[in-house]
Design a protein around this ligand. Structure first.
Ligand code: DAT
Ligand code: MG
Length: 151
């Protein structure tokens, strides 16, 4: 399996509900490595770029106003097959369909307040990481715990 990087962000509802630590803990406990992190309010034009694939859909305007409505915790995480691993940990888009044990399954009730974003493919991850982080903000380091996470 490939070592991948993925773009994740705790959305404004997750921040307001005090779930940043809980959500980050799940990824850390799983074994994902933090490569970059930023707490910010997303500019509207940046949000429109990030969610460009959804332009024209019925929920687009409310999606944009929601994602810029307050601060988000943006991060890049790295690991073996990280994109799919993180998507599995997030759960399905609609929290009512998300399995218990997933972030959306454990904390969410509706699609419009589903707590977390995560890239859906390595190509999306590369695109999204470049929207929110400069190359020099991605930190390269050896994490000693990796010797006990990967065989
Ligand atoms: P995901 O966030 O699981 O990758 P997506 O990329 O299809 O889902 O959609 C992006 C976000 O847009 C999603 O997290 C919540 C919102 N959204 C998607 N489909 C929706 C719908 N049918 N009604 C309301 N909001 C929706
Ligand atoms: Mg998506």
């Amino acid at each position: 399996m490939p070592i991948e990087q993925t773009y994740l962000m705790v959305k404004p509802d997750g921040v307001q509900r005090g779930l940043c630590g809980e959500i980050l803990s799940r990824f850390e406990n799983k074994g994902l490595k933090i490569v970059a992190m930023k707490f910010m309010v997303i500019r509207k034009d940046v949000a429109e770029n990030h969610y460009g694939e959804h332009k024209g859909k019925g929920f687009y305007d409310s999606l944009i106003s929601y994602i810029i409505s307050g601060p988000v915790l943006a991060m890049v995480l790295e690991g073996d097959n990280a994109v799919a691993v993180c998507r599995n940990m997030m759960g399905k888009t609609n929290p009512q369909d998300s399995a218990p044990g997933t972030i959306r399954g454990d904390f969410g009730m509706v699609t419009g307040m589903n707590l977390i974003h995560g890239s859906d493919s390595p190509a999306s991850a590369a695109r999204e990481i470049s929207i929110f982080f400069k190359p020099e903000e991605l930190i390269t380091y050896k994490r000693t715990a990796d010797d006990w996470i990967y065989e």
